[in-house]
Design a protein around this ligand. Sequence first.
Ligand code: SAM
Length: 229
Amino acid sequence: MIAEEDLGKEKTEDEKFEARRRMLLDGLEAMGVRKKVLEAMLRVPRHRFVREDMKKVAYIDTPLDIGLDQTISAPHMVAIMCDLLELSEGQKVLEVGAGSGYNAAVMAEMVGKTGHVYTLERLETLVNYAREKLKKTGYENVTVLHEDGSAGCLKYAPYDRISVTCAAPEVPNPLIEQLKPGGIMVIPVGDYFQELILIKKDERGRVTKKTEGGVLFVPLIGKYGFRHR
Ligand code: SAM
């Protein structure tokens, strides 16, 4: 979704980057990422979410610095998390850690216009960064909120899906409580050694947890996260 006023101006640059994006996605396809996730990632211009001086490397499969010691996650990590979440049209999603806004945009593509993504960010500079990038790329089904996301966001709860993009010391209880029956959450847990945890809540409210392998994320800082760094 590219904002209309930017269509003419950015066309050439967007076209140039689209070829690089397709190459990156070919690699992710070979890793077994589902088609629905790949299609969403194809529609999101990652080069418009990275810092201006990093556009050239926007389609290398690596996390990139977005300032304040924070990063935009590597594309393969975005793909893995979106895949595990089984996102579909019409869902209400909570993201903890808006960062650049890129992951929220990919999820917004997957839940479509009838769905919505609420994304929480603790650093005001990044709240403004993500809002600007999402506005310029035309994502109206994403709301960026300036909040300590370690406690989730009661105002819009419960959520069909929760994606936490920073590592927690343990799974915060408020996030489990704010997940709908039938809901899915992904969250990195740990300090120096981190694992991605897949959490499912069944229709009767029973919660199961499964480990999906080692990961490396910046810390979740807040009431139910790490207190300071
Ligand atoms: N999803 C992001 C993207 O697509 O660019 C990448 C997120 S970055 C790896 C993690 C983010 O989590 C950082 O922007 C950091 O400031 C934020 N964060 C850390 N603790 C938080 C908290 N308690 N509430 C909200 N955001 C938090």
